[in-house]
Ligand binder design. Structure first.
Ligand code: GA4
Length: 333
């Protein structure tokens, strides 16, 4: 465990932003849930890059806008008010320090455990008259996004011709599902302007893969999210506040024995505009064994990974720095 410090601005710069020629840059796969061929494209996207954008998702804009407005209220509250919901251990309000291993980012956040009876450990309130408001708005949003995540996982199972179409989604639906919700607020950083001129970048959230099964992200219209391509270059994902971005997590990569790719991503901060993102991380119960589905293995195909439970993986992940190759520990040599 690394002691929390007040990081200096120099610690946030990334100088290794290899530019990408937009002409050679692959388009972000687009999944239109109202189209019948979506499951084929969905699986292709999970295999090719582990990332895609979803439109016609059916989540009411009302849920999204209400949560964004509550979260905006929270992040614009005085620091002393926000800190009442911190420090993140790992849940609660955090500011610049990410995890417990010394990672820093130009970000404030709320990290919350999702409980079946929608009770969060920390009371996050934005109104004295209606202290329960934020929680209610968050509940509506999380319920809707979880439903969509399950629908996507069932479409994947269908396309993979798995016998049980809920083989992945049942893990998120389980009462004991270890899923979390995160709201990230990236304030603008005016000092960044001169560095931007020199081609520098300020890290909002450092590069990493998500340990869970699936992540569902929605952001406002400020750019910042970048994904890493196979050749090591970074591509900026154009923001779209009406769509959702999905990424495959490490656990889904293991359950498909590496067919689906858990994508490396990061967020760079902006000098002028703030970025807000809300991410649902769908995870399995702690005692769940994370192992390739036998029906996905071809004859003589062996698991690429050692056997482990989600508890073991999570423990190992949370004790490593953000950019660590977490799955590496669990790969068979
Ligand atoms: C990355 C994905 C989720 O945001 C998260 C993060 C978690 C945290 O912020 O506490 C971790 C990170 C994430 C993986 C490695 C460890 C744990 C920070 C960190 C350095 C909530 C998660 O589940 O794993």
């Amino acid at each position: 465990m690394v002691a929390f410090s007040n990081p200096t601005i120099e610690q946030f710069y990334v100088k290794t932003c290899k530019p990408v020629n937009p002409l050679s840059c692959p388009a972000i796969p687009l999944i239109d849930l109202s189209k019948p061929d979506s499951k084929h494209l969905l699986v292709k996207a999970c295999q090719d890059i582990g990332f895609f954008k979803v439109v016609n998702h059916g989540i009411p804009m009302e849920f999204i806008n209400k949560l964004e407005s509550e979260a905006t209220k929270f992040f614009s509250s005085p620091q002393s008010v926000k800190e009442k919901a911190g420090p993140p251990n790992p849940f609660g309000y955090g500011n610049k320090n990410i995890g417990r291993n010394g990672d820093v980012g130009w970000v404030e956040y709320l990290l919350l455990k999702i409980k079946p009876e929608s009770k969060y450990d920390k009371i996050i309130s934005t109104s004295e008259e209606h202290p329960e408001n934020f929680q209610c708005v968050m509940d509506d949003y999380v319920r809707a996004v979880k439903k969509m995540a399950c629908e996507l996982l069932e479409l994947m199972a269908d396309e993979l011709k798995l016998e049980q179409r809920n083989v992945f989604s049942k893990l998120l639906m389980d009462e004991q599902s270890d899923s979390v919700f995160r709201v990230n607020f990236y304030p603008p950083c005016p000092e960044l302007q001169e560095h931007e001129i020199n081609g520098g970048n300020l890290i909002g959230f450092g590069e990493h893969t998500d340990p869970q099964i699936i992540s569902v992200l929605r952001s406002n219209n400020t750019s910042g999210l970048e994904i890493s391509l196979k050749d090591g270059s970074w591509v900026s994902v154009p923001p779209d506040s009406e769509s959702f971005f999905i990424n495959v997590g490490d656990s889904l990569q293991v359950m498909t024995n590496g067919r689906f790719k858990s994508i490396k991503h990061r967020v760079v901060a902006n000098s002028k505009k703030s970025r807000m993102s809300m991410i649902y991380f769908g995870g399995p119960p702690l005692n769940e064994k994370i192992t390739p589905l036998p029906s996905l293995l071809e004859r003589d195909e062996e698991s690429l990974y050692k056997e482990f439970t989600w508890f073991e993986y999570k423990n190992s992940a949370f004790n490593c720095p953000l950019s660590h190759d977490r799955l590496g520990f669990f790969e068979k040599i």
